[in-house]
Write a protein that binds this ligand. Sequence first.
Ligand SMILES: *Cc1c(COP(=O)(O)O)cnc(C)c1O
Length: 367
Amino acid sequence: MNIPFVSFLPLEHELNSDLRDAFDRVFASSWYIEGKEDEVFENSFADYCGSSYCVGVGNGLDALMLSLKALNIGEGDEVIVPSNTYIATALAVTYVGATPVFVEPDIRTFNINPELIEEAVTFKTKAIMPVHLYGQACDMDPIMEIAKKHGLRVVEDCAQAHGATYKGQKVGTFGDAAGFSFYPGKNLGALGDAGAVVTNDKNLADKIRALGNYGSDYKYHHIYLGNNSRLDEMQAAFLSAKLPHLDRMNEERRRIAGMYTEGIKNTKVIKPYVSPDCVPVWHIYGVRCDSRDSLEKHLNERGIGTNKHYPIPMHLQACYKDLNILKGALPIAEKISATELSLPMYYGMTHEEAQYVIDSVNEFNGD
Ligand SMILES: *Cc1c(COP(=O)(O)O)cnc(C)c1O
């Protein structure tokens, strides 16, 4: 059996005519940037999240970067980020001129450990960026409490967690602003790059919109040094076609994750822990294994696609060598990098396919 790590085919097949209609509609209008498709999608995505405002932007990195910029975070400031995340989280901080400060995750949930945040706060700290990694919400109550106590902003990185909840509340609605990515492989993906910020703060939403549109609040009036980062009409139309199916797609991912959690019995493989406060959306189903590379080889030889999230932690990436954080300094992030393996997870995976992955993991004998 051949099971890719991810496949868009089942959904694209199902929504084929809806996506073509979306294309035709935009093409017929000859209007490609800043139009009504963008507005329609923004309104429905804000509603979906339970947030007041949504601003479409070019991608997830810009969603985070523009949020920080709009909150006046920049040169000389520090922003707390998890030590285990996709590099975009830290790059957003670096791009506004601030310094990312890495805080270790809880190895069971892979998410930032709230108990370690406070000791990382200095007089330079301006914000915390919790990342709802792999589709499970961070422990938001203590995070918001610490933010409140120290007067810090909170920008949630929701790039992997569209629709995930914490204590029944959707991610993206806890902090000052939240960045989403609609990169094709995300739970809600465009047919290209796209992203959005959601917030309940009108002034912040207006500023983010202006910042993503050359700093312009009115045509040819530039009040900020802005960027070019807008959600184009074509991608907005595709996203509007997919959004009504998001909950159903997430439910399917939960079904597959449920099968994995129930079926995988190999004692050499540690399954992800789900907090009772969370309903995850399983962007990634990540297991841990001391002999991860042999497990990967074992699965690949059986036709099963896998991935590692992420093989090199950020502080050991060449681009961050100037931060001067040595190997061994963030042992939990390093341990996750060395042991995490992501199993196939996508809408449309069949029962038989999931069972084959389970059987193959259970057959793995260690080395
Ligand atoms: C994908 C991702 C981003 C960046 O999104 P892009 O749309 O690729 O720019 C940011 N943070 C996390 C955690 C991600 O997974």
